[in-house]
Design a protein around this ligand. Structure first.
Ligand code: HEC
Ligand code: HEC
Length: 295
């Protein structure tokens, strides 16, 4: 009798604990959900608030670091150089065209439970001591732009994510990022392809470029965050240059659209004399958009 009572007390305790535990789990998942759908834990306008807005569209933000990126080679007649040079085989299309030491990296997105989410990619770009990141969901088109603060954390070290202390100290506010006009250059598609950056192949699939080929005429693309303007819309009528993808302007690039030797099986389609008129029409359209000029 005595032992039975003990047993029932123990089982009561066990049930009680079990219940408490489930309740605890239930309430944390609810909290997390709330964080992702209603980002109220941070002040609007802060980097952290923007991170939560982006997590609602892209899933949890991974950690970013230039340590996980691959150097983009600079070559002269096919031979890689180790110092900045004044000409190179595949110049970058903006900034210093033949600067060594820049890197690009890619991290796949994931769901909250850690399952892979192949439709989401984060691309990192390491230049001038900073790191810029673009996160894109190719199914919904949701896209986020991030950049760390100048003179803040080391881009080649540990950079805080939204669940670490110091996120707002490390990352620029969305307004500051937007003022850099990412969207005016990243126009036809969130991810830009140039002969320079496309030298870097995906280590998991070396026949493909590390920067994913996601752009088409139908590929959805919108930018998350009230601080950002949306990519220019408006189709050029019957224009060869917008047969396969949206219009891409080069007002802010070093070079001209027609000079870009785009790699891939479609490159032959890129420019020939038969497209001269369409290219002029595209340029006129770009001019009409009144994009900010190169800074
Ligand atoms: C002046 C035009 C311009 C502006 C402004 C610009 N980018 Fe880019 N970005 C490019 C080009 C062009 C490339 C491809 C590499 C190259 O040739 O320079 C690129 C590449 C990238 C990449 C590597 C993935 C890819 O698309 O190839 C990331 C990430 C990136 N930019 C982030 C940003 C962010 C974040 C901002 C805003 C803070 C920004 N960029 C502003 C032109 C620009
Ligand atoms: C036969 C299809 C096709 C035609 C026609 C075409 N393009 Fe493209 N172009 C592509 C594809 C595919 C990409 C890579 C898209 C991606 O994933 O971003 C691309 C990329 C580009 C890029 C690199 C920037 C970026 O958005 O990645 C530029 C600039 C560009 N095209 C300009 C032009 C111009 C100018 C014309 C007209 C003279 C033209 N294209 C006609 C298929 C085409």
């Amino acid at each position: 009798m005595e032992s039975l009572r003990k047993l029932s007390i123990i089982s009561f305790l066990a049930i009680g604990l079990g219940f408490g535990f489930t309740f605890f789990i239930a309430s944390t998942t609810a909290d997390q959900k709330e964080k992702h759908t209603a980002p109220l834990a941070a002040e609007p306008g802060t980097a952290l608030y923007y991170a939560y807005e982006c997590e609602a569209e892209l899933g949890p933000l991974p950690h970013f670091s230039c340590l996980d990126c691959i150097e983009i080679p600079i070559t002269q007649n096919g031979v890689q150089v180790t110092e900045d040079v004044d000409w190179c085989d595949n110049p970058a299309i903006f900034g210093d065209p033949c600067q060594v030491g820049n890197r690009v990296g890619r991290v796949e997105g994931m769901h909250e439970n850690g399952d892979p989410r192949p439709e989401v990619s984060f691309l990192m770009f390491c230049r001038d001591g900073g790191i810029g990141v673009i996160g894109h969901n190719s199914e919904t088109g949701a896209t986020c732009f991030f950049s760390i603060k100048e003179g803040g954390v080391n881009a080649y070290g540990f950079i805080p994510g939204p669940r670490d202390p110091g996120y707002d100290d490390a990352w620029q506010t969305p307004q500051v990022v937007s003022d850099d006009h990412c969207v005016s250059c990243h126009m036809a598609d969130p991810f830009l392809h140039t002969p320079w950056i496309d030298q870097v192949k995906d280590p998991k699939n070396p026949s493909e470029t590390l920067v994913p080929m996601t752009g088409s005429l139908a590929s959805p693309y919108f930018v998350v965050g009230d601080e950002f303007y949306q990519p220019a819309v408006g189709k050029l009528q019957r224009n060869e240059c917008t047969r396969c993808h949206r219009g891409q302007c080069s007002s802010m690039f070093n070079g001209n659209l027609e000079d870009l030797y785009i790699p891939g099986s479609f490159w032959e389609d890129h420019y020939d004399q038969t497209m001269a008129e369409d290219l002029e029409a595209l340029k006129a359209w770009c001019h009409s958009l009144d994009l900010p000029s190169h800074f």
